[in-house]
Design a protein around this ligand. Structure first.
Ligand code: DLL
Length: 446
């Protein structure tokens, strides 16, 4: 696409205004047609799907309307692992032009593959997401997502190029150098995980680099949960608007859904390429619009790795309320945690993001934290490690008082009893990519 064509199609700040504002009825018709094809494609080409559909006693031809999807079986991360490395691919490996993989915490990595068409559509959706967040052709995009098997780096890279931006492919790490490059090149947009963006803000402050006065105006942050308190903190410290962007490798990578800069209230999920459902994580029954549960995604246009009813484990809700930006695509509300991130501490369910909400903006405490789980006798114990800000006293009595204050707030706001360890500035590990929020030492001494 020429620069002229990009600029021309850029009415209403949208990359693809016609699809982005498509009436919902038309979107549903398009989804129905595409879903019918993808079910057929998966059944014919992937032994796993054929077996799963046959076991469930359902055929692609049984699908007539969108609600019929609930009769089809779910796909799980373990299905990818069990078919490692290429068993779920619907195209011969020779026809794939890229592989990505995520390491996960246990066992084999999950491997995902893309055809040329898949990569084209991904770049288009990522360009659409960047534009939705407020990036514009001609912007300098500083891309600090990790390049490599992780989908963040290359996903953001090709999307920004497609939009017509100048990409700086810096990847993660070397934070002081990143700050210098952002200043020297006049970065307008920062792509990074929110925890790494915070690390950049902190290093910039220590270097005396005034990023809020620089041309930087926008951050496209995702790949991990972050609280609205964290958003406000990053926005203030970097002098930007911070946009939430969502995606997962199994479905595509970044750019499955993105907030619009007009409202920053829910992420538009691109329904011309994906079908979004919310199911009750226990009964697995579909839940009505607006109710909270597990997000399940079906790809509508993926050639190499079609995913049918993929259980993301991400907990959220959907909204089809009209959005002020004019986009008609459903909004996925902020993902605050994963089903498998949930900690149960002495019977109380706790998500790390709830702890974060208490800590961000807490006087005298910086927003870097880690949750350490240990076992004392039969009881699980949660210790929240926080860091005092450099302007506070490190005297024992002051530190103990601060710990008691934080403990009290966590108890009264989340309902869980925990220990709090207040560390000196810089002692809590900093993130270079996805932050490790929970250190589980419970089975170490078993
Ligand atoms: O994290 C893709 C990505 C890269 C998204 C860059 C956004 C920006 P995975 O490594 O496969 O892919 O991890 C996917 O990360 O199921 C969520 O649990 C979590 N996640 C991703 N985006 C968000 C977000 C990339 N905006 C897993 N908010 C997903 C909360 C997120 N969690």
């Amino acid at each position: 696409m020429t620069a002229h064509a990009v600029a021309k199609s850029f009415g209403d700040n949208m990359f693809e205004p016609r699809v982005e504002t498509m009436p919902r009825e038309a979107l549903r018709a398009l989804q129905t047609e595409r879903l019918s094809n993808v079910l057929q494609h998966a059944y014919e080409r992937v032994a796993h799907y054929r077996k799963a559909f046959d076991t469930a006693g359902i055929k692609p031809s049984d699908f007539r309307t969108l609600s019929d999807i609930s009769r089809f079986p779910f796909t799980l991360k373990t299905d990818l692992r069990d078919n490692y490395p290429f068993g779920l691919f619907a195209l011969p490996r020779e026809q794939l032009i890229r592989l990505h993989a995520s390491s996960g915490t246990t066992g084999k990595p999950t491997v995902v593959g893309y055809s040329q068409g898949d990569l084209d559509r991904w770049a288009g959706l990522m360009a659409r997401s960047l534009a939705c967040g407020g990036a514009r052709p001609g912007d300098v995009v500083h891309n600090a997502y990790g390049y490599g098997l992780f989908t963040g780096g290359l996903g953001a890279h090709y999307g920004a190029e497609r939009l017509g931006c100048t990409v700086v492919p810096v990847s993660g790490g070397g934070t002081e150098r990143q700050v210098a490059l952002m200043q020297d090149f006049g970065a307008n947009v920062l792509c990074a995980t929110p925890s790494y963006a915070l690390n950049i803000a902190e290093v910039a402050e220590a270097m005396g680099a005034d990023l809020p006065k620089s041309p930087l105006r926008l951050g496209m942050f995702g790949a991990e949960p972050w609280s609205s308190g964290m958003r406000r903190d990053i926005e203030r410290r970097l002098g930007i608007q911070a946009i939430d962007i969502y995606g997962l490798s199994e479905i595509m990578g970044p750019g499955v859904a993105c907030e619009c800069c007009e409202t920053q209230n829910g992420l538009h999920g691109w329904e011309d390429h994906f079908l979004f459902e919310i199911v009750d994580p226990k009964t697995l029954q579909p839940l009505p619009m607006g109710e909270s549960g597990e997000l399940v995604i079906t790809t509508l246009t993926k050639e190499a790795l079609p995913m049918i009813r993929y259980r993301t484990r991400d907990i959220t809700s959907l909204s089809d309320e009209p959005c002020r930006c004019g986009r008609t695509h459903v909004r996925i509300m902020r993902v605050t945690g994963r089903d498998d991130d949930m900690l149960i501490i002495r019977g109380v369910n706790v998500y790390p993001s709830q702890v974060e909400s208490v800590l961000v903006g807490f006087p005298g405490v910086s927003p870097h934290y880690q949750i350490v789980l240990t076992r004392e006798g039969a009881l699980d114990t949660m210790t929240v490690e926080v860091e005092r800000t450099p302007d506070t006293s490190g005297a024992e009595a002051d530190v103990a008082r601060k710990a008691a204050e934080v403990r009290h707030h966590i108890k009264s706001l989340i309902g869980v009893t925990c220990k709090v360890a207040v560390r000196a500035p810089g002692e809590v590990p900093r993130s270079q990519g996805k932050a490790v929020r929970v250190k589980d030492l419970r089975n170490k001494n078993d």
